[in-house]
Design a protein around this ligand. Structure first.
Ligand code: CTP
Length: 397
């Protein structure tokens, strides 16, 4: 039986969360309800208790049945969490990690995917602060079930902000549950960031890759139930449970990936690996002694070209192609030349996406051509879409 932790925050749409609880229970979910104090002003906890057939959780400092710490105990065994309705205040607290009641504290202790279904007045929904909070949450991998586009709101205003329909929310939860298991039992090896090839002890040849895309891929793979190893040059942190292997140079990255390739079901090479490195790193800092300095570069080993030919039939190898022109043409060429199953192409000449940005827009290609186009979106969203294609391929009979 899937377990949902359902957070209910204040707003007139609380009654729809009652309906949702009832619908989900009928569809076989166990629903654990946590209400904010404001939510209890709209609907009594007894209503949720009756619908969910479980005790409703309200007070951070209530004495539980035993000695357990309630917000920590509540998240154990939970498959999915959702906040329905999510108020503007609820989104803001979540975006900033504020934990001042049972619901917000519990949400910080979560280890499972989280969906939020906002409901509020149009002006509040469109306020720059709410927008920024929404972006923050999306970037963190939280799924936002968008409110209905236009409609009459409780306050009489007409516009966006009305809670998504109960049926749509239930569907989104069921899809998220399926997605959360789509890479269960799979080992995913991801590389991220730009390599740094030393010139001397203080300088290096590098590139503009931030590692954000690769880290988002690792997180999305973990959210889909995979066992994830992230070989990275970036110091961005990774979700709990992801094994992180820190590397700096192309050669360190190669050996880290080579050691782990056989055990992996999927290799996603999001790292921007240097194609050339200084022939040797000077042992001490190079001094400014002449007008010209020539650094001789030699090619590095191409990780994909080395490993893809060793691929078993049940393994999948995914490359990235960051291009400034003829994006699809070059990407298709790399896919064929490197023997990849999929390649993710992105246009790094665009200022609004790619390097250092929190957003990206990509095309995913296989040998037959483009299989997925993702419009500009937070990297967490783009990563999720890419991994849905990967999971789909792996799970094909
Ligand atoms: N790659 C790799 N090993 C390298 C360089 C790149 O495995 N030494 C991988 C990257 O991680 C990426 C893919 O190859 O997944 C494409 O990288 P890119 O640098 O765009 O390809 P190149 O073959 O180096 O082509 P270009 O001439 O455009 O640099």
């Amino acid at each position: 039986m899937p377990v949902l932790l359902l957070g209910v925050s204040g707003g007139i749409a609380v009654y729809k969360a009652v309906e949702l609880t009832s619908l989900l229970r009928k569809r076989g979910w166990e629903v654990r309800v946590v209400m904010t104090e404001n939510a209890t002003r709209f609907v009594t906890p007894l209503t949720f208790q009756t619908m969910s057939r479980h005790r409703v959780h309200l007070d951070q400092f209530a004495l539980g049945q035993d000695w357990q710490v309630e917000h920590i105990d509540l998240v154990k065994g939970v498959d999915l969490a959702a906040v329905v309705p999510a108020s503007a205040n609820g989104l803001a607290k979540l975006a900033h990690g504020i934990a001042d009641d049972l619901l917000s504290t519990t949400l910080l202790a979560l280890r499972c995917p989280l969906l939020v279904a906002p409901a509020m007045n149009t002006a509040m929904w469109e306020h720059p602060a709410t927008r920024a909070n929404r972006e923050t949450l999306l970037a963190r991998g939280v799924q936002v079930i968008a409110p209905q586009g236009a409609g009459e709101l409780a306050c009489g205003d007409v516009g966006a902000g009305k809670l998504a329909t109960v049926e749509d929310i239930a569907e989104a939860l069921e899809a998220a549950l399926r997605r959360g298991e789509s890479l269960a039992g799979r080992r995913v090896l991801v590389t991220a960031g730009g390599t740094r090839e030393p010139i001397d002890p203080v300088r290096y040849v590098g590139n503009r890759s931030s590692g954000k895309m690769g880290h988002a891929i690792a997180q999305a793979a973990q959210e889909r139930g995979a066992e994830v190893t992230l070989v990275t040059t970036a110091r961005l942190g990774a979700p709990a449970g992801v094994e992180v292997v820190s590397v700096a140079t192309a050669s360190e990255l190669l050996s880290a990936v080579e050691q782990r390739f056989e055990a992996a079901d999927v290799l996603v090479m999001a790292a921007a690996v240097a194609d050339y490195r200084p022939i040797e790193a000077a042992p001490s800092k190079i001094k400014k002694t002449s007008d010209r300095l020539v650094i001789e570069l030699v090619p590095t080993v191409d990780v994909l070209t080395r490993l893809a030919p060793r691929k078993r039939a049940d393994q999948l190898v995914v490359g990235f192609a960051a291009e400034t022109d003829d994006v699809l043409g070059y990407a298709a060429g790399k896919l064929a030349r490197k023997g990849l199953d999929l390649i993710v192409a992105n246009d790094v000449s665009r200022a609004d996406i790619g390097f250092e940005s929190d957003a990206n827009a990509v095309s995913v290609l296989d040998a037959s051509g483009v299989v997925l186009e993702v419009e500009r979106a937070p990297k967490a969203v783009v990563a999720g879409r890419i991994l849905d294609v990967v999971a789909d391929r792996l799970n094909r009979p």
